[in-house]
Design a protein around this ligand. Structure first.
Ligand code: SF4
Length: 419
């Protein structure tokens, strides 16, 4: 049984408690454990190998939103911290019998760590991880610094490469800029060309694109397709009720992001051989009764942990878009096993599924598919994270559109089978 204190008064700290934002003070993990709840182990680790970036993208949640903790972080994860991180991951994998863990090398811009860093990192994992645990590496980069010598190292260690590209140059260069305002499109495309050259193409994990309402959706999708990515991640820009995303007034009924995404969905869905577009595929799996592999939609418990360059364990780093210090757990790989983070109320909150959602979400007809939206997008100053997503009308419309398309196809198939 899951106990969420705002509904089960017995686990609150009586008689008076400081008013805090949900889930702070509202979840009693000890009581939950006594009642049989068990956390889901971490399986995906975001390693912040470098805390600075060579770009200054206008919407970046690390440098341009509520949290400024990057200023106090070491620029590079030291070898000592890296070794402690790998030992903790190995310990966690062994303790929970995990056959596979995913390690995402992230920043800032991870390539700033230098190519030798990645060889050393891979060797450390090889030395420390139990032989029966597979480590799947990937790196998320802006690709500006990507060279063949990096790719040779990635090839040697099987590190897949994801690149951030926001569409055509006119759109990308407005947002993904250097500190002096210069666009980065040409440099990024040069990097994409390198990783899609025959020797490295199999390392290419795909493109990550943050949706921009001022960009034409089909032109954006066509630009992304032109690089033949195996997968495309379409991300909603980060925002919440107290700091809404661009073009979205909190609480308004309009659906600008759904309209944008639906235009892409319809093109993607009608194509004979489309790449994976994870958001759409996850929604389809969920409609068909499956589970999601992303926190963006669905009720699957989160199993992701972020390790900062100083070894701090953090919740999902996009929480930096909400308020100063939001992702912190107060734990560090140098002193604490990862299991301690599994008991942190804010991490528990992201494993509660339906029990973490606002009443309006629980009553929603698409709740099992939408899942209340991405956790940071639910934030409202004063009440915390127990709200519907600031994107609620967009999510409802997108899910219902995909449901309608699927239902139509399934009915047509039924009719054909009956004929
Ligand atoms: S569509 Fe809105 S109300 Fe429904 S689950 Fe999603 S965020 Fe909650």
């Amino acid at each position: 049984m899951i106990l969420v204190a705002s509904e089960l008064g017995e686990v609150l700290s009586p008689p008076v408690r400081r008013i805090r934002e949900w889930p702070d003070g509202a979840i009693d993990v000890e009581v939950m454990l006594k009642n049989g709840w068990r956390p889901r182990p971490f399986r995906q680790f975001i390693l912040k190998v470098h805390s600075r970036c060579n770009l200054s993208c206008t919407y970046c949640y690390v440098y341009h939103m509520a949290d400024s903790s990057w200023r106090g972080q070491p620029t590079v994860m030291s070898r000592e911290t890296l070794a402690a991180t790998v030992h903790r991951i190995a310990e966690h994998a062994e303790e929970h019998g995990l056959p596979v863990v995913r390690v995402v090398l992230h920043g800032g811009e991870p390539l700033l760590a230098g190519k030798e860093y990645f060889g050393h990192m891979a060797a450390t994992f090889k030395d420390v991880m139990p032989p029966d645990v597979t480590v799947q590496f990937s790196i998320q980069t802006n690709a500006v610094l990507l060279t063949e010598s990096f790719l040779k190292i990635f090839l040697e260690h099987g590190i897949r490469v994801g690149v951030s590209l926001d569409g055509a140059s006119v759109v990308h260069d407005r947002r993904r800029v250097h500190a002096d305002g210069r666009g980065s499109y040409d440099e990024v495309v040069r990097g994409v060309k390198l990783v899609t050259s025959p020797a490295y193409r199999h390392l290419f994990g795909g493109l990550l694109c943050t949706v921009s309402l001022d960009a034409d959706p089909i032109a954006t999708y066509t630009e992304l397709l032109s690089h033949e990515p195996p997968a495309i991640d379409l991300l909603l820009p980060h925002g919440h009720w107290s700091g809404p995303p661009p073009g979205r007034a909190a609480g308004a009924d309009s659906t600008p992001y759904a309209d944008w995404l639906i235009a892409v969905f319809d093109r993607w869905y009608s194509s004979p051989d489309p790449p994976e577009v994870r958001l759409f595929q996850e929604i389809i799996y969920l409609i068909l009764g499956g589970a999601s592999n992303t926190e963006a939609v669905g009720l699957t418990p989160s199993s992701l942990l972020v390790i900062e360059t100083d070894g701090s364990m953090e919740q999902v780093d996009t929480l930096k878009s909400t308020y100063e210090g939001a992702p912190e757990t107060g734990l560090n790989v140098l002193e604490h096993p990862l299991n301690e983070a599994l008991r942190h109320p804010s991490i528990v909150a992201r494993q509660l599924g339906l029990d973490a959602l606002a009443p309006v979400c629980r009553r929603c007809p698409v709740v099992k598919i939408c899942g209340g939206g991405y956790y940071p997008h639910r934030y409202r100053r004063g009440s915390g994270f127990r709200n519907p997503s600031v994107y609620c009308p967009d999510l409802l419309r997108l899910v219902q559109h995909i449901q309608t398309r699927l239902r139509g196809d399934l009915e047509r198939l039924d009719a054909e089978n009956d004929a």
